[in-house]
Design a protein around this ligand. Structure first.
Ligand code: SF4
Length: 284
């Protein structure tokens, strides 16, 4: 058995640089896609030269939020379940000079926090939000989520889910986010590039990542505990927008489109408008 010291030596340099070593190993199940996404985010902020001094992590409640929860070496803020955008709005308005990275899950963002999410997009709040979409409630044991596919057997839909899932990206586009994209946890290069673009975008950047949850989605929906099988399922149920153009509407049913959906950095956001407002009314 290796000692903690030996384990720490094996940690990726990015983890050593940005995460609290004493909090390692993290809490995600083995084979989970959360580590891949976190790695992509750390690489993106490293390449952009962001530091713990100018970057604050904001996380909601759920599996999505457990890696940076108390492990990011800079400041991090835990919001109540679903309140991540409300908390981030206050933080960003008070400190427009800081970068805010938000980690949220499909339950946190699409269910209990759906209303906050829509209005943050409408206000075009200048933050980067990463949505970890595993298609199920992971941390609480496999309940149906607003992103679960039709027919999914979960602990709360033992005879199969009868509801259509939300398309969170289309919702973000319709509500007004400045940058919206979707990737899979295995799309390492485009995901890192997209996160960098999102951080550099003025306004709300919303990046959804489809990731494998072998523990609950695998177990209940696919009847497997194999991370590879869940990755395979995600690959079979997602397609680039270019390739999607070759398929009929029927062939596209149940598939997630991948890529960038909107980029409108010219759209003025609430932070900029608020600064202008303050300037204009300071004397009154
Ligand atoms: S329950 Fe699923 S999403 Fe949560 S840490 Fe485990 S594998 Fe990952």
């Amino acid at each position: 058995m290796s000692t903690v010291g030996e384990t720490l030596k094996l940690l990726h340099p990015l983890v050593q640089k940005y995460l609290r070593k004493e909090r390692m190993p993290h809490m995600a199940c083995s084979g989970c896609g959360i580590g891949q996404v976190t790695h992509s985010v750390l690489l993106a902020i490293d390449e952009l030269g962001l530091t713990p001094q100018n970057t604050v992590w904001v996380q909601g409640v759920g599996c999505s939020s457990r890696i940076t929860y108390s492990t990011w070496v800079g400041d991090n803020v835990d919001a109540h379940h679903g309140r991540i955008f409300a908390v981030a709005t206050g933080l960003k308005m008070a400190r427009p000079d800081m970068n805010f990275i938000l980690f949220t899950g499909d339950g946190d963002c699409g269910a209990i926090g759906g209303n906050h999410f829509i209005h943050a997009c409408r206000r075009n709040l200048d933050v980067t939000a990463i949505l970890f979409n595993n298609g199920i409630y992971g941390m609480t044991g496999g309940q149906v989520a607003p992103t679960s596919p039709v027919g999914a057997v979960t602990t709360t839909t033992p005879y199969g889910n009868i509801e259509d899932p939300f398309d969170m990206c289309q919702m973000a586009v319709a509500a007004g986010a400045a940058y919206v994209a979707r990737w899979r946890s295995t799309d390492f290069k485009p995901l890192v590039a997209s996160i960098k673009k999102g951080i550099q975008t003025k306004g709300l950047a919303f990046i959804e990542v489809l990731l494998q949850c072998p523990t609950n989605f695998g177990r209940y929906v696919l009847k497997t505990s194999s991370p590879q099988e869940v990755v395979k399922y995600i690959k079979e149920h997602s397609i680039s927008q270019k390739d999607a153009g070759k398929l009929s509407r029927e062939e596209l049913a149940g598939k997630y489109l991948l890529g960038e959906f909107v980029y409108r950095p010219e759209r003025k956001g609430i932070v900029e408008r608020y600064q202008e407002f303050l300037k204009a009314h300071q004397k009154e």
